[in-house]
Design a binder for this molecule. Structure first.
Ligand code: LLP
Length: 412
């Protein structure tokens, strides 16, 4: 559910005409809906109302400060994966006691900054990282709260690039290595094991893989109890999928109910790290048709947004629904919607049925609120797009469009 709807023959973002936004702020343009973000956060968070839990939004999905601030104000914690994300979360006013830090390659200065900020816990992904965190915490005269990220070897049945909990993935530690790591953590100065963590992948469209992982984690938890390690947190990561096209992912309530059945009564605080399910359908990318071009084999619609703005179609072959901002009612054609970048992999859609459009008209690319702007780049020396946050009738420039000066500012 989102608040991008057609009214009187044109697309609106909540109470604002998208065409007006494009006129005023230019294209390519990301538009986020505050009401959608709130609704998704509430739906997610209240799905776990029956459990002691904390919803730590995954900053990587959409890390704009305005988005982080809005979610933090609703009580979200954050899941971070870099010093940069820590910096953003703190700048957005997130309570450090609600921040969890994942990732396989945390550098010493990043670990130090997180300890100094007083984050809730590190999700540790290797023995070397555990030792390093212990050393740095001891140097600082503090103790790092840690979880070990367990790789449960479960197939999340999603795109291979975003599967993370299979034994061939770089993430976490297998069960045996995890046991050894907890044993070490128990005796290691500077660290205190307080949780178990696991994140098996992204864009999951059924609850079964989550439950399969959870069963393995709970069995592992019993072993920890036998070892005299009493943990307080169970972090199940993120990964709940959304509808881009015809997927039918479980509603957060269904996910919540399934977890509540398994976890109810256990003395563990559940942590969740949703990203896409909060932000994905809360954003669109608006783009203008620059030219159209017919070749003997294809109809191309050349737009001003490119793979540097939204890389998901190029990188994962992802589907994003594309529609006219002001439908003109022309006949359908089968088209490739492509950007101006000098690569054949630069497309937003291939062989897509779309009404015939003309130069100067606007298209909206839906479900672009997660892993859209946050994965964007300056490739082909293209300034990154403007980001707007619409709240009812109010429009906030969440990030101004980059200028050419911005593009060369850090260079000599
Ligand atoms: N927690 C951890 C440790 C993660 O690695 C991720 C995502 C999340 C939480 C949030 O997962 P979500 O709820 O958003 O599925 N760029 C890809 C997605 C990469 C996901 C990486 N990790 C895409 O555009 O599909």
């Amino acid at each position: 559910m989102h608040f991008f709807n057609y009214e009187n023959g044109e697309l609106k973002a909540e109470g604002v005409r998208v065409a007006d936004l494009a006129r005023e702020y230019g294209t390519p343009l990301y538009v986020y809906s505050a009401a959608t973000l709130r609704r998704h956060f509430k739906a997610y968070d209240s799905a776990f109302a029956g459990l002691d839990h904390m919803t730590c939004y995954s900053v990587k999905a959409n890390s704009n400060l305005s988005v982080l601030r809005l979610l933090a104000e609703m009580g979200a914690g954050m899941d971070i994966v870099s010093g940069g994300e820590l910096y953003r979360a703190l700048a957005a006013g997130v309570d450090p006691g609600r921040i969890v830090y994942s990732g396989v390659g945390k550098r010493p200065e990043e670990i130090r900054a997180a300890l100094e900020a007083g984050i809730l816990m590190f999700n540790v992904e290797s023995m070397q990282e555990l030792e390093r965190i212990g050393e740095i915490a001891s140097e600082l005269g503090t103790t790092a709260r840690i979880s070990l990220r367990i790789n449960p070897d479960v197939d999340p049945r999603t795109h291979p690039y975003i599967s993370t909990g299979m034994k061939t993935n770089k993430f976490g530690l297998d069960m045996d290595a995890s046991l050894a790591a907890y044993q070490r953590a128990k005796d290691l100065p500077g660290v205190e094991p307080v949780g178990i963590d696991c994140h098996i992948g992204s864009q999951l469209t059924s609850v079964e893989p989550f439950l399969e992982a959870l069963d393995k984690i709970l069995a592992f938890h019993d072993k920890l109890c036998d070892m005299g390690i009493n943990i307080q947190y169970l972090d199940l990561g993120g990964g709940l999928g959304i509808t881009y096209n015809e997927e039918e992912p479980p509603h957060p309530a269904e996910f919540g109910q399934a977890l509540t059945e398994r976890l109810g009564g256990l003395p563990l605080r559940l942590i969740l790290e949703p990203g896409r399910s909060i932000a994905g359908n809360a954003g669109i990318l608006v783009t203008e048709v620059v030219y159209t071009k017919d070749t003997p084999s294809k109809h191309f619609v050349i737009v001003d947004a490119a793979m540097n703005d939204l890389i998901r179609p190029s990188l994962y072959g992802s589907y994003h629904r594309i529609a006219e901002v002001v439908p003109a009612g022309r006949e359908d054609l089968t088209v490739d919607v492509v950007g101006p970048i000098c690569e054949s992999g630069d497309f937003l859609a291939r062989d897509r049925a779309l009404p015939r459009v003309e130069s100067g008209e606007l298209l909206a690319c839906f479900s672009a609120g997660a892993y859209g702007f946050s994965m964007s780049s300056n490739y082909n020396t293209r300034p990154r797009a403007c980001e707007l946050l619409v709240d009812g009738e109010n429009v906030t420039v969440a990030r101004r469009r980059e200028t050419y000066d911005d593009l060369i500012a850090a260079e000599r």
